[in-house]
Design a protein around this ligand. Structure first.
Ligand code: UD1
Length: 379
């Protein structure tokens, strides 16, 4: 035994990587801690996983569970089956999980049953829509975690309402924004704009779409793409495409709505149209978003990033678990109604989008605050 406080940090899917990077960095500076990184392998493609480790300087995982893709039950069960022996072997004092993906709940459940304390980063967010797999993951993870780190005031209220004792909840800010602030300068050296033929200062929009509720039903996907196609008559829309969405567009025969389906190298996006490109690494995507006229998205993370960047964000969902991006930031929730998508987009293009502010404690110091709390717990 080293006498150090051993922490197993878990990552699995793309949005986890930006969150764990500053936490690992802050933990590694703390002599009292022995942090280990476990990758479940929920995401495994070079551009969905490894690229983020390289660009964000995340240490190579000590253990890769290599679970890969499967149904929710199979994927969750497989992560649990493979994670249990890791905990039995390494006997950490704490397991830290981030976000709301299947890896988050799977590893939390295993740790809690072995009586190992769990810290959940990004706790308390609620869309109040149990049709979203992430909502189930959030509710269950929070219910059995010991330390709940929150990003915004609404999260605290949600947890209190669910009976979580006050002393477990710590409002620390947003680790995703730690990563954004740290990487802004580096991202400005990205060559993505010239690569896409967008380096002449012309307007363009960014689109991301991957939620099952938007891409798994043909009618919804077609309606959303039709509306965006209309917006794309005004300016090029750059669409880094998630593997799930690419598969669905092919299966539904909707390729004709796009100007190209993830070609490499991508076509120069100088004319109006929806331009599909392969998923981007963190730095290219940050560069692309930060120079865009507006973002259209169903991602949770992008709602937060656009709020900090001051870029108008049109959220293609009926709800958000991140309400501070609406009350304080640049986010507008439009759902999948074609008219609303078009009218809000036009507002943004005409410079009439709502102006926002940066939420409290989204200041680049969230990971340090987490480590300070954990130091007190470990003492
Ligand atoms: C997962 C998260 C979601 C998050 C998203 C970000 C859950 C329930 N969902 O959704 O919250 O916003 O990640 O991307 O955990 N695939 C690949 N290569 C990969 C990964 C996935 O081709 O590296 C394909 C597979 O066909 C897979 C599908 O994408 O079946 C979906 O992947 P999965 O991890 O099940 O969920 P996501 O939709 O990525």
């Amino acid at each position: 035994m080293s006498g150090k406080y051993k922490i197993i940090n878990v990552v699995g899917a793309r949005p986890n990587f930006m969150k764990i990077a500053p936490i690992m960095e802050a933990m590694l500076k703390e002599p009292a801690f022995e942090p280990l990184l476990v990758h479940t392998g929920q995401h495994y493609d070079e551009e969905m996983s490894q690229l983020f480790f390289k660009q964000l300087g995340i240490p190579k995982p000590a253990i890769d569970l290599e679970v890969g893709s499967a149904s929710h039950a199979q994927q969750t069960a497989e992560i649990m089956r493979r994670f249990e022996p890791v905990l039995l072997e390494h006997k950490p004092q704490l397991v830290l999980v981030v976000g709301d993906v299947n890896s988050t709940i799977a590893c939390t459940l295993v740790a809690a049953k072995l009586h190992i304390k769990v810290a959940h980063v990004e706790a308390g967010l609620r869309s109040f829509d149990r049709g979203m797999p992430e909502e189930i993951n959030r509710l269950l993870t929070d219910a059995i975690s010991d330390y709940l780190f929150t990003t915004e005031e609404s999260a605290h209220q949600n947890l209190e309402r669910e009976g979580i004792p006050e002393h477990k909840i710590h409002f620390v800010g947003n680790v995703m924004i730690d990563t954004l602030m740290k990487n802004c300068r580096q991202a400005s050296t990205s060559q993505i704009l010239p690569q896409l033929g967008l380096d002449n200062g012309q307007d363009y929009a960014v689109l991301t779409l991957h939620r099952p509720s938007n891409v798994d039903l043909r009618d919804t996907l077609e309606r959303v793409l039709t509306a965006i196609h209309e917006v794309a008559q005004r300016l090029p829309v750059i669409f880094p495409i998630h593997p799930r969405t690419k598969k669905q567009i092919r299966q539904f025969g909707l390729e004709h709505m796009l100007s190209a389906l993830a070609t490499n190298p991508p076509p120069a996006a100088c004319a109006p149209g929806i331009y599909c490109i392969n998923p981007l690494g963190y730095l290219d995507f940050l560069r692309l978003t930060s120079k865009s006229k507006l973002a259209l998205t169903d991602s949770g993370g992008l709602q937060e990033e656009t709020t900090v960047l001051g870029i108008p964000c049109i959220t293609l969902r009926e709800n958000t678990e991140r309400p501070v991006t609406v009350s304080c930031g640049t986010n507008v929730i439009v759902g999948t109604d074609a008219e609303k998508i078009i009218s809000e987009s036009l507002k943004a293009l005409e410079g009439r989008a709502k102006k926002g502010q940066v939420p409290e404690k989204w200041d680049g110091l969230a990971a340090d605050r987490i480590v300070q709390v954990l130091k007190q717990i470990a003492a």
